[in-house]
Design a protein. Sequence first.
Length: 255
Amino acid sequence: MKFFFKNSKLIISVIFWLFFLIIWNKYSSILPVYQLPSPMLISTAMANVVLDFDLISQIGLTLFHVLSAMLIAFCIGVFLSLLPIYSDYFEHFVDHRITPFLNSFSGVGWLFIAILWFGINSFTVIFAVTMVLIPFAIINLRTGIAEMDSDILELGNSLTRNSKKILLSVRAPMLFPYAFATLRTSFGVSWKVVLTAELFGGAGGMGYILNKSRQEFETEIIFAIIAFIIIFVIIAEVAFFSPIQKHLDKRYIRD
């Protein structure tokens, strides 16, 4: 009994997934393979993907698209978020003009504009995903700037008038939790956007594989690619985002 209560979350999770796989396997035996492949077929397809260098390179290309768009959007977001600190004009421009515009503009709209401007290639995908992520970065970072501790800022200004030192030594550390939240949000959103971007505007990547598999009725490949995406997100969450979040909680949350 003690073992059950101690590991109740793990046991419940295992029971749920076993029940899910049993139902899935039973239902897939009723439907045609092209509509719902069995778990075994999808496992085989995943193994084939891992052993296929071309498919692995396509997955690597999608990871490159995601990470590149995240980095570019974060850098642009940091730049635009810091501008209002030095000028009230920029505050009005960033908060009341550019942020509402970018936040309301459709991701599909950016994709089709990028296709017209740059053609079907990786740059188009990165551009479309970046434009979708920028408003998330601006909003998160601007919120962090607005919620900075005024007493600490006043203390920093009393110690030095060097704006660069204040930015790096006072403002930047207070922005770390918001910057991390920006990256965490961008990582999740980018996976939702990048497949659509690659589907219509990319010459490679997971979205390209999904489109090709759809045309050839290779449903097991579609499910395998979706499974890989879920695995990537879970690994990133468990191995990277959660440990850093726990460290930030200990460092910044006050009792």
